[in-house]
Design a protein around this ligand. Structure first.
Ligand code: MN
Length: 746
């Protein structure tokens, strides 16, 4: 394992600008070596789609150059080399070649799709979208959100593999950037991309990304550490070689087939350990070590036995990641032993398969396998993801590794940005209103519109990962009840409810005060002469701490104004003097005047302002339900009323009501009768009603032209006592010969 950053990453070294003609040759040979790599692995593969992708990208990038001075196409070519080394499939390689064409050239997604198929189109589009994400903050939580978001955004994990290869090549050539860009890009790599590689189990790419970032962010610490590690390696090289040979011989004697390698811990990894444990480099046990790669789990344990027989293990340093894999499915046996001369070293033991997964992680499962495409390969991928999720269930630390993939499998969250790049995490299907409230309740309340990625959208728009959202506000604007159906977050819902409640209370207060004043005038109570103290006393009797609360309660219909006035002026307003008054519903839906005789009451409570809803106008005997209105008292509806269903969305406002015994026993019912148009009909109708002792309040008869001139239509309002009487009246009318239909109008 190399401890050195790659050649290209050494700042300022060999900065040679290639002349155009030799550049052309170099590019062609770069492509050729790519094709050779593919053919070496899969000799029968048709490489023409690869060549087409290369030609397309070369053509589109044209004469553009990178900061290094090299033609731009060398970048996608080298990114694709990385992918070819990882043995990725053709779609992945084509995506590597085309990954920058949409963002940087005139090419469109549709064009790429047309030329290279839907799968490649989707992957290239995916990489392009990732590139558009602005990484903003250095805050740890923010970094975690961005990582989750990036993973949530890729529907095909190959998009992320290409993105990581892209980032790796950019890091290898970072020396050509100015210092500020170097810092920014290296920081972003360390915080976002290296952890993603780690999560996906891609140890090799992660290691190189970390070491490269480290070398740019802290060049001095990096250099010192590299020097220190190298001197220790050099000092122990003989010892390690001896041990290596010794282990090989012992394993062979036990017939354990194995490959033994010397390994040196990576600089960034050492650096973190020194910082985290506040120790000196001499205390890093696993700085130098061996790796034993064998063929089976059984032989891993056999090899461990061999090591422990030869050297003394350091207590507490034996780790069995085979029995208990790490969260990213890393498997290995680790032990540290005291070697010859008291020098400690670490031994890692694993199978070939475990080694491959430690280095390549998820990419190992996406690897191209000849003759094993389609279903089988997909099953393997799904199995991997499922296994990761299963493991995750047993873990305690929720911030750990798999949270990203969980997002991918169960996308419950959506990651969005403010125009300044702050990540706002919202539940799936959240809308701009949720976004606005998560910024600030003032922004939410005054929100009148939203721009997503620069375009105006309706407030019901469903937010998508990576959306940049700008909220348009208007001072003084207030939320409406409709918004409750629009929002997904509890926060937004609570804030909207709060504002609506405040507004409604203000309205109820106004109405309640109006009620009281009107009723006072009607009953002859001079409210202006009532002492404030008396008002407060009465309010207190109703359990209200302030007079305003009593006004609001009156407005909500909790108490009747008349009763309040009785308490204020008992000498003027008698306690209970029900005067028979018609219970007809007030016109235009306004509540009946307070003090109206109660034919309906709220079950268990007297003295509540009740009126029959105009829409269904229920009569005695019908099933009824009450609904506490804002400021108009209790509206009583027939249970069959279509409006009741609509009103029930606020179940807490429903209230049980019942018919009361009352002196007054009739209700106006509007009816319409269709008859044959012949003389004597009206007389027969009125006789039926007369027979039932019903008063007729209004009656209007006409001929209906639309019904063919022969039809008589009679509309009338009749005083009916109860449901039973209504049924009798209706059936009697139906029995009149020449009556075609009777309808009650609601
Ligand atoms: Mn790129």
């Amino acid at each position: 394992m190399s401890t050195e950053p790659s050649e290209a990453a050494r700042p300022g070294k060999h900065l040679i600008r290639t002349a155009p003609e030799t550049a052309g040759l170099r590019i062609e040979s770069l492509y050729q070596s790519l094709e050779d790599k593919v053919l070496a692995l899969r000799p029968r593969e048709d490489t023409s789609p690869l060549r087409r992708a290369y030609r397309f990208a070369a053509d589109r990038h044209g004469a553009r150059r990178r900061l290094s001075g090299e033609p731009y196409i060398t970048h996608p070519l080298q990114v694709t080399q990385i992918l070819a080394d990882m043995q990725m499939d053709l779609v992945c390689l084509q995506t590597g070649l085309l990954h920058d064409v949409i963002e940087d050239t005139s090419a469109t997604v549709e064009e790429v799709e047309r030329e290279f198929g839907a799968e490649v189109g989707r992957c290239v589009d995916g990489v392009t979208k990732l590139r558009k994400i602005k990484m903003y903050s250095r805050e740890e939580r923010q970094a975690e959100s961005i990582r989750k978001m990036l993973l949530a955004m890729v529907s095909d994990i190959r998009v992320m593999i290409v993105k990581l290869a892209d980032r790796l090549h950019n890091m290898r050539t970072l020396a050509f950037h100015d210092r500020e860009s170097q810092q920014r890009i290296a920081q972003e790599t360390l915080e976002i991309y290296a952890p993603i590689a780690h999560r996906l189990g891609m140890g090799k790419i992660r290691g190189e990304l970390e070491d490269l970032s480290f070398s740019f962010l802290e060049p001095e610490a990096h250099e010192n550490l590299v020097r220190e590690i190298e001197s220790r390696r050099a000092a122990n090289v003989r010892m390690l070689e001896d041990i290596q040979r010794h282990v090989e011989a012992k394993l062979a004697a036990e017939s354990v087939p194995a490959r033994v390698e010397a390994r040196v811990k990576r600089p960034y990894s050492v650096y973190q350990k020194l910082k985290r444990q506040k120790i000196g480099i001499e205390q890093v046990y696993d700085l130098l070590g061996l790796r034993i790669i064998t063929d089976s789990v059984r032989n891993c344990y056999a090899a461990l036995g061999v090591i422990h027989t030869e050297w003394h293990p350091i207590p507490g340093r034996i780790k069995d990641f085979i029995a208990i894999p790490r969260q990213n499915l890393y498997q290995s046996l680790h032990t540290s032993v005291i070697g010859p001369g008291g020098q400690s070293f670490e031994v890692q033991i694993r199978t070939d398969e475990m080694h491959r997964i430690a280095e390549e992680g998820i990419a190992a499962h996406w690897k191209y396998k000849e003759g094993k495409r389609g279903q089988a390969a997909d099953d393997q991928r799904v199995a991997w993801l499922r296994q990761l999720v299963e493991l995750q269930k047993d873990l305690r630390d929720p911030t750990e590794f798999m949270s990203g993939l969980r997002v991918e499998l169960y996308p419950e969250e959506v990651y969005t940005f403010t125009p300044r790049g702050k990540v706002i995490v919202l539940p799936r299907d959240a809308t701009p209103v949720d976004f606005a409230y998560s910024i600030h309740s003032d922004v939410g309340n005054t929100c009148v519109g939203a721009k997503v990625n620069g375009r105006i959208v309706p407030l019901k728009y469903t937010l998508k990962n990576g959306d940049v959202i700008e909220i348009l506000t208007q001072p003084g604007h207030l939320p409406s009840r409709d918004w409750l159906a629009l929002v997904k977050t509890q926060r937004a819902r609570n804030k909207i409810r709060h504002v609506i409640n405040v507004l409604e209370r203000a309205r109820a207060l106004e109405i309640g005060q109006g009620f009281l004043e009107r009723e006072a005038r009607r009953l002859g109570v001079a409210l202006s002469r009532v002492a404030r103290a008396d008002m407060e006393r009465v309010a207190g009797e109703y359990g209200c701490s302030k007079v305003e609360d009593l006004h609001a309660a009156l407005g909500y219909g909790k108490y009747s104004a008349r009763q309040v006035l009785h308490k204020l002026a008992p000498e003027i307003v008698p306690a209970d003097s029900p005067k028979p008054r018609p219970a007809a519903p007030p016109a235009d839906g306004q509540p009946a005047a307070p003090g109206e005789d109660l034919v309906i009451k709220v079950r268990g409570i007297d003295d509540l302002l009740v009126y029959r809803a105009k829409c269904c106008n229920p009569i005695r005997g019908e099933a009824i339900t009450g609904y506490i209105t804002r400021g108009k008292g209790v509206a009583v509806h027939s249970r069959n009323c279509p409006n009741v269903q609509k009103l029930l969305y606020q179940a807490e406002r429903q209230i049980d009501v019942e018919w009361t015994r009352s002196a007054r026993e009739s209700f106006p019912v509007k009816m319409i009768v269709y008859t044959d148009d012949r003389p004597g009909m009206l007389h027969q109708l009125t006789s039926v009603l007369f027979g039932e002792n019903c008063n007729i309040s209004t009656l209007e008869a006409r001929q209906d032209q639309e019904r063919g001139g022969e039809t008589g239509v009679v509309e009338m309002t009749v005083e009916i006592r109860d449901k039973k009487q209504l049924e009798r009246v209706v059936s009697a009318i139906r029995r009149i010969s020449g009556v075609r239909d009777v309808q009650r109008i609601q």
